[in-house]
Design a protein around this ligand. Sequence first.
Ligand code: ATP
Ligand code: MG
Length: 553
Amino acid sequence: MSEEKSLNFIEEIIEADLQSGKYNSISTRFPPEPNGYLHIGHAKAICLNFGLGLKYGGKTNLRFDDTNPVTEETEYVDSIKADIRWLGFTWTDELYTSDYFDTLYRYAVDLINKGLAYVDDSSAEDIAALKGTPTEPGKDNQFRSRTIAENLTLFTDMKAGKYKDGEKVLRAKIDMTHSNMLMRDPIIYRIKHAHHHRSGDKWCIYPMYDFAHGQSDSIENITHSICTLEFIPHRELYDWLIDKLGIFPSHQYEFARLNMTYTVMSKRKLLQLVNEGHVTGWDDPRMPTLSAFRRKGYTAESIRTFCDKIGVAKRENFIDLSLLEFCLREDLNQKALRVMAVLDPVKLIITNYEEGNTEILSSENGPDEALGKRNLSFGKELWIEREDFMEAPAKKWFRLAPGNMVRLKSAYIVKCESFIKDAAGTITAIHCTYIPESRSGSDSSGISVKGTIHWVNAADAVTAEIRLYDRLFTSENPLGEAGDFKDTINPNSLQIITNGLVEPSLKEATAESRYQFIRKGYFCTDKDSSPTKLVFNRTVTLKDAWAKEVKKN
Ligand code: ATP
Ligand code: MG
């Protein structure tokens, strides 16, 4: 039985607009500023905009909001495109606000001609001083009454490069006493003598966000322009500009941005982490960027499911990282190949197994039969997990201990007979006997044991570096702390195991191959991995270790 999912508030608006005939079809857009890599918050906006386009058979543009010449780089443009594709979406058109610079300039001239914009020579401080406060109105200055002809000349001169940065601005002439501060003659063009990544040195004046954004929506005939809640006060200006220019009436709708616990989500803050070396790069698996999640082994499906589950809210809140991890485990449980890896090895020697003998066992690759089986070699000397042995076992200990029996996964039942310790008290070897009739798949031993442990064959196990990640911050809300957000960086967010041992089938693993290391968690091959040096990232543990931790405390 399929459950009918209720519409979110934006879908309700769209369905009403389509029903009333306001629009025949819808258009949305995703408008990133190319000043950093996309993070999980952007995934929410991407899933929403592209999802609506797909659901209603409309178009969804990718528009690079590149009005700020100083911060934008081609590297970011490329990474943004790669991330959207990876998430599984395809845009209708790839567009750049900078391609509209000529049109936007004409719009500005149009406003001047209508007596709705003026050139202001005031300094930033003077403009701020006359702006008023939320409770006090602002005041007009002497430049506000410039004639249309004078404004046209000055604006042309601004464009021609006659003035230095900050010497003049173009402002919309609205109302200095308006109750909405953003309507008190907002700046719409500023002078910036800077090279732009696409338009080069053609321009030395650049439109402000508010003047470019709605106009770009309109140029592209975007019907539903979706943005985050902080833009609510901008909507009035968005509508005013479209109305005065008499251009296609796009409409803005706002939803709550995605905030997540134990991380920060602003590109500027993330850039600081990169530049100051707190992480190895934008795709460091501890970052909340999409490239980091991908490198760490997350699936695009799990991120899409997560965005769908959290829904589209009108009020800001914090979503727990464990919800994303839940979606991930559900997906990886279906997909990840089961293999054996030992993270903290100790030797297990089967004293009654013939020296030099090797046999080939078969082990299933996963719970789904379609994943097939693979061969594993088995011999006299194996490596097992140190924590699977206890010298003096606790109650209900079903793993190895003197006199205890366990099953070696996909192999035999063994019984611990003795163990060897070095001078420092570290156990260096565990001696067992095995039950030849207990082979998995053809067990006629009649013995049943409660514990099954994983192992690798010492004869062919491959050494691997295994990187274990934890949250990057110890604070649930690093930006909400009194000091600098970086004060709460988790000093133990990365643990590197250099002497892990994995079964030889992993030698062929290519980057981003995903596995479940049986009993240890989900792992994926890192991009640093090579046939001579295997490197795996822990994607996520099998269970939520933090939830347990919280309960304990
Ligand atoms: P940042 O502060 O991280 O730079 P931004 O809003 O400046 O974020 P943009 O590149 O301008 O980043 O954002 C592109 C789109 O993604 C915008 O429509 C924006 O509203 C949306 N977006 C950004 N962050 C989030 C978030 N945390 N949750 C949902 N949508 C977001
Ligand atoms: Mg921005």
